[in-house]
Design a protein around this ligand. Structure first.
Ligand code: SF4
Length: 253
């Protein structure tokens, strides 16, 4: 990334100083998970296995999207405009998870739009990520709670299987939980955000590494904490680099 462009993103998230990293610390281009070979019927043996796999994955994504759009598993279906599944490439090393759609997300059908979304985009771009190319963004809840109230436990319980299915399809190498509500619901804890930041947690059947940071809406209200969010992002990036280089450490030093 051009230095001027990176500084522009850092300016947007309120980070004034930018110290050029050594090549060893530079952002590593995300790699994508290897595709498991699919079993191919004899009659279709001439079809490349990768194409069969791709078709199966695309069909599973479509099924998931259709189910979320038609979901009535919790009362939120009655007040939402539409279910919001997520945005980004369908296989992605990075998965960002927020709390739930807000009013603008509910209207437009995409997570993290509006001012908070623009800040999130700037934060992600500062570590080389872009929702159009290499990071998938979703929420714990797929439907907007009325008046942006906190999700209720029964709503999270009903909706979480959709996220689990998304993770199976995405096969992310790292998850970034933004905000206390998302982090607490994903990790099954009521610990404050301050105790969840700066550590590598793990989520789900694949024990995907998970790092916690602030919600961009909170950072818009509390810009003094943007620098701590920047530390979280650098920590997440270092965890990812270690994972993709075949070694992990546990906590931020
Ligand atoms: S929040 Fe989840 S479980 Fe509830 S209606 Fe929406 S998609 Fe269904």
């Amino acid at each position: 990334m051009l230095p001027a462009r990176r500084q522009q993103y850092l300016d947007a998230i309120g980070i004034e100083l930018f110290v050029r990293r050594t090549p060893a610390q530079a952002v590593q281009a995300p790699t994508f998970a290897a595709v498991e070979p699919a079993s191919v019927p004899a009659a279709a043996a001439s079809v490349p296995e990768a194409a069969v796999e791709e078709g199966q994955v695309a069909a599973q994504w479509q099924r998931l999207l259709d189910e979320v759009r038609g979901c009535r598993l919790c009362p939120l279906h009655a007040t939402r405009t539409q279910g919001v599944l997520g945005v980004g490439p369908k296989r992605s090393d990075w998965l960002v998870i927020g709390e739930a759609p807000g009013a603008e997300e509910d209207r437009r059908g995409e997570p993290f739009v509006g001012a908070a979304g623009q800040l999130l985009d700037a934060m992600l771009r500062a570590i080389g990520l872009d929702r159009r190319t290499n990071v998938y963004i979703a929420n714990v809840l797929k439907s907007r709670p009325p008046n942006n109230r906190d999700p209720r436990p029964e709503e999270v319980e009903a909706c979480l299987p959709y996220l689990v299915r998304q993770i199976r399809l995405l096969q992310p190498k790292i998850m970034l939980a933004v905000g206390r509500i998302a982090a607490q619901n994903l990790l099954g804890t009521d610990a404050p955000l301050s105790r969840l930041r700066g550590r590598v947690h793990h989520f789900g059947e694949q024990q995907t590494p998970l790092v916690v940071t602030y919600h961009p809406a909170y950072l818009l209200r509390t810009p003094a904490d943007k620098r701590k969010a920047w530390e979280d992002l650098k920590f997440a990036r270092s965890v990812y680099q270690q994972l993709t280089q075949g070694a992990t450490d546990g906590n931020r030093s």
